[in-house]
Design a protein around this ligand. Sequence first.
Ligand code: MN
Length: 220
Amino acid sequence: METQTAKTTSDVNEAKYPFELPKLEYDFDALEPVIDAVTMKLHHGKHHQAYVDKLNEAVEKNSDLQDKTLAEILSDLDSIPEDIRSAVRNNGGGHINHSMFWKTMKLNEGGKPSGELAAAIDSSFGSFEDFKTKFNDAGVKQFGSGWVFVVADGNSLKIQPLPNQDTPLQKGVEPIFGNDVWEHAYYLKYNNRRPEYLKAWWDVVDWDAVAQRFERIRTA
Ligand code: MN
């Protein structure tokens, strides 16, 4: 089977069937103590792999979709036959969301955004602290499973919570970054304490990777 490996955060948008689990570019314990190794191993190797497998299973039945990139597929869900639409929405979203997630994390040792990204955060939310508070609040309020994304309209940033594996790409908007608030992302270490996970997660945001995505997306 010929596969296409996503090497950068944008490659996965351009990937076509058959889809492939991107390699994790760091060890499972690289984000400890914020995210434990067992959670990382299951999250990447089991949960993400399952999204990829089920997406391939759905797209295997539809040769039209096999010619499209994942971003094209997800931004035009209405055109997908009803019998596979939910599978493509959930598993295609799961694949693209997690591919972004892995590539926008590393232990940042208290690091903060800088440059254009920091300026955009300040002008959109008042301050980095206010931004984190609003983001965490959106994460706590997301009922059940979902994500909290940050999207950009030029230099104006917005927090966008979405349920399940939905992605802003369904409306043609690529997120800058986001946090996974499904229980599988935090339950082993934080149990039901999602607010604690949300607060701790800022220590594993790779601000350089986020800044690169911001630059690419806002100038696209
Ligand atoms: Mn997840």
